[in-house]
Design a protein around this ligand. Structure first.
Ligand code: MG
Length: 288
């Protein structure tokens, strides 16, 4: 299956808290998904086969599988630094092993992109801590390369400058970016549109999410809000995606799992907004 330009997508999960259930994509006629990885017990060949059957029967294409780990918390920015991704030292080795398993499971799902929040990369590029994160990222990239996959780093925890420097420093050809404009605002890491222009050559997947700035950027969270209601200028966002030549899926992310009905309604509204913008910016592409 190959998707038309700017096909709509939604961030889903099977058994984790993030994202919506697959049935939301089916109910809203959304043709593609990204998937938050299931827990270890759900990453079997049988589970992969069942999930692929379901996707096939719903007519949905899987475009990226995101890694995630027990013990991660997005409670506030300092907690993110302590708990997210491959950065925390105490869990790094176990999580690298788990990311490799997630890459293997992604291969069973026939998908060639694995995403993750790497964590907050140390700012001093001459420090041992920075070198250590380069090493673990290279190990993950090399494993993914063996599975014929790219790794997509989710944006937000670094400025565009720092992210491009880091990707360059890894010296790996399969390391790319999942651009999330709202995260740039939520984490206070820079205006999303200039950031997108800066990292554009490395963007291979995107989230469509919106947010408002904190009154203390990079110290406290901004607020995630429904698409079109925040400070990501969605028209400018899609215009810039067009400018950098990105025509892949527009994957809607809305993280309010405590209110599933509202989440679904807001995703529906987001699909309408994106469909309208796509029509305006790409012309008469068939809605899907
Ligand atoms: Mg995101």
């Amino acid at each position: 299956m190959s998707l038309p330009p700017w096909s709509l997508g939604v961030f889903t999960s099977i058994d984790a808290g993030l994202g919506v259930h697959l049935e939301v994509a089916r109910d809203l006629n959304i043709p593609s998904i990204q998937l938050h990885t299931p827990h270890a017990a759900g990453r079997t060949p049988e589970a992969a086969e069942q999930f692929l059957k379901k996707l096939d029967s719903y007519g949905i294409e899987l475009t990226c599988v995101f890694g995630g780990f027990d013990g991660e918390s997005y409670a506030d920015i300092p907690t993110v630094e302590k708990t997210i991704g491959l950065v925390p030292v105490a869990t790094r080795s176990a999580r690298l092993t788990e990311m490799k398993e997630i890459s293997d499971f992604t291969r069973l799902l026939g998908c060639n992109a694995v995403g993750l929040h790497l964590g907050v990369v140390p700012h001093d590029v001459n420090s041992q801590e920075y070198m250590d994160i380069l090493v673990v990222t290279r190990q993950l990239c090399d494993h993914a390369m063996h599975n014929e996959q790219n790794i997509h780093l989710e944006t937000g925890q670094e400025s565009a400058d720092a992210l491009m420097q880091f990707i360059g420093d890894t010296q790996r050809s399969n390391l790319f970016i999942n651009f999330d404009p709202a995260n740039m605002i939520l984490y206070g890491m820079g205006e999303p549109i200039p950031a997108l222009k800066q990292v554009g050559s490395h963007v291979r997947s995107v989230h469509c999410k919106d947010a408002t700035w904190s009154d203390q950027p990079a110290i406290t969270w901004g607020a995630e809000v429904p698409l079109g209601k925040g400070q990501v200028d969605m028209h400018a966002y899609l215009s810039t995606l067009k400018e950098i030549g990105y025509l892949g899926p527009l994957t809607i992310e809305r993280e309010i799992p405590q209110d599933r009905e509202r989440q679904k309604a807001e995703i529906l509204h987001a699909t309408e907004l994106l469909t309208q913008l796509r029509k305006e910016l790409l012309g008469g592409t068939k809605a899907s």
